[in-house]
Design a protein around this ligand. Structure first.
Ligand code: PXG
Length: 457
């Protein structure tokens, strides 16, 4: 069997069921339903092996920011693979694409962030965060500052550190997570958990959980707070406007590090280069991945602020941490070309000034739909809450059933949206045109109608 051997859809499905263990998948269920095999893509569209065209409302998995089919990325990967397919950055070595990418990222990052540590993924980036944060406080002579505060329903990856920093209970239940030294506070999810509070009141309440936890643990025990600017995998949870300013007030009182996970929000998703800039945050560390290469090759990293970088460099000696593929030259070359395209084609400006205002105004109209309790979003992130009763926010009896029904109807009707419980979420490529946004919203509306019909409301 070679790469060019042609197989029918059924043959590929049979081999898939026999040999391929998928991530985050119930395999018995998958074997029964069969997989959809995505074969090619162009712009914002995917095609499966049956020739069906699907609008990719998720940019792959929140990553294909510049859209599919950009041959420039293939060309630089080809050239780099022929020149230097691999070399490591250990033992006093480096390579030109990794150096140039670190400089290019420092150029777009907030002014106080000037270094990058490269990884192979977002999960590895958050493993790096855990080790770097603790190393920092050891170097500062404060070795008791070990605990990292994350948030319930946050997502920071699937490795042991990533899943522990994240607050996904289903992940914690498998394998005795979180590891010691990681605790979680409430998420700022007003629609789901705000109760009788107004969004503003709830935002303050959720932020003050951080202060309460720092006080409870003691500042001398707390190393860092980690959060996504807007939770992605948790359901595109846009915090109330009072949330981040209050967190900033609290952080100013205590000497702890701020880690802002930019794996989804980075590289233009919010209409700024980074979500930290959207919310005017001053992080010490920013894990990145996904949009860094638009997903064309796997790569991640941590953008390191001067405070931590200076400690590592000036006081540190050797930091015993790194990966075979840290600064991989081919991934770095692709990352550089991806950044060039984002910059030269002014894609982040396009998101801010055209695509995001247009998408947000169009999806806001869906709030009137009988199945929809709330629509929210920032930049090219959006969420639609499916409810049984709009007035009371009452959900359907079996949690997630409306969401998975809607998701399946979407795919059948040529649209990828993710369902998180009964929240439908979207994160299309940043290059989506206004006409394609019209098409996206048309397909969403159709699927909401079909879902409501099947649910009998
Ligand atoms: N941080 C954030 C904020 C993420 O969204 C990671 C870290 C981990 O990145 P890697 O590259 O290790 O996967 C992520 C990844 C989903 C889904 O279902 C989201 C992610 C990954 C897989 C599924 O929405 N985000």
């Amino acid at each position: 069997m070679t790469n060019v051997t042609k197989h029918s859809t059924a043959e590929l499905q049979a081999m898939d069921a026999a040999h391929y263990l998928h991530p985050f998948t119930d395999h018995k269920d998958l074997g029964a339903r069969g997989t959809r095999i995505i074969e090619r893509a162009e712009g914002v569209y995917l095609w499966d092996t049956d020739g069906k065209q699907i609008l990719d409302g998720m940019a792959g998995l929140w990553c294909v920011n510049i859209g599919y089919g950009r041959t420039e990325l293939a060309d630089v990967a080809y050239r780099q693979m022929r020149e230097l397919p691999y070399y490591n950055s250990f033992f006093q070595c480096t390579n030109p694409p990794a150096v140039k990418l670190a400089a290019a990222i420092a150029d777009i990052a907030p002014a106080h962030m000037n270094h990058v540590f490269f990884t192979g993924s977002g999960s590895e980036a958050n493993d790096t965060v855990l080790r770097m944060v603790r190393r920092y406080w050891d170097l500062k002579g404060k070795p008791t500052k070990k605990t990292i505060i994350g948030r319930v329903n946050g997502y920071h990856g699937s490795t042991v550190a990533g899943a522990s920093l994240g607050g996904m209970s289903v992940m914690h239940e498998q394998g005795d997570l979180p590891i010691p030294g990681i605790v979680h506070i409430a998420q700022p999810y007003w629609y789901g958990e705000g109760g009788d509070m107004s969004p503003d009141e709830f935002g303050l309440w959720a932020a003050r959980q951080l202060e309460a936890r720092i006080e409870e643990l003691g500042e001398d025990q707390v190393a860092a707070f980690i959060a996504e600017p807007i939770q992605g995998a948790g359901g595109v949870i846009v915090p109330p406007v009072t949330y981040w300013p209050e967190v900033k007030r609290i952080l100013a009182k205590y000497d702890i590090l701020l880690v802002i996970d930019e794996v989804i929000c980075g590289f233009g998703r919010t209409g700024e280069w980074f979500g930290s800039q959207y919310y005017d945050l001053k992080p010490d560390l920013m894990p990145i991945a996904k949009g860094m290469t638009s997903g064309y090759l796997p790569m991640g990293g941590v953008i390191v602020g001067d405070r931590v970088a200076n400690a590592l460099i000036d006081d540190g000696g050797e930091f015993f941490h790194g990966y075979t593929y840290s600064g991989h030259p081919v991934a770095a070359a692709v990352g550089l070309e991806n950044l060039r395209i984002l910059r030269d084609e002014k894609i982040v400006d396009y998101v801010k000034n055209e695509a995001a205002p247009y998408l947000q105004s169009k999806i806001a109209e869906l709030a009137a739909h009988r199945l929809v309790g709330e629509v929210r979003g920032v930049g090219l992130l959006g969420a639609i809450e499916l409810v049984k009763n709009k007035a009371t926010r009452e959900r359907f009896a079996e949690k997630g059933s409306a969401g998975s029904l809607c998701r399946d109807l979407c795919v059948r009707n040529g649209l990828v949206m993710r369902a998180v419980g009964d929240t439908m979420i979207m994160s299309p490529p940043l290059v989506i045109s206004l006409a394609e946004i019209d098409e996206l919203v048309k397909r969403i509306r159709l699927c909401l109608d079909l879902t409501a019909e099947q649910l009998g409301i």
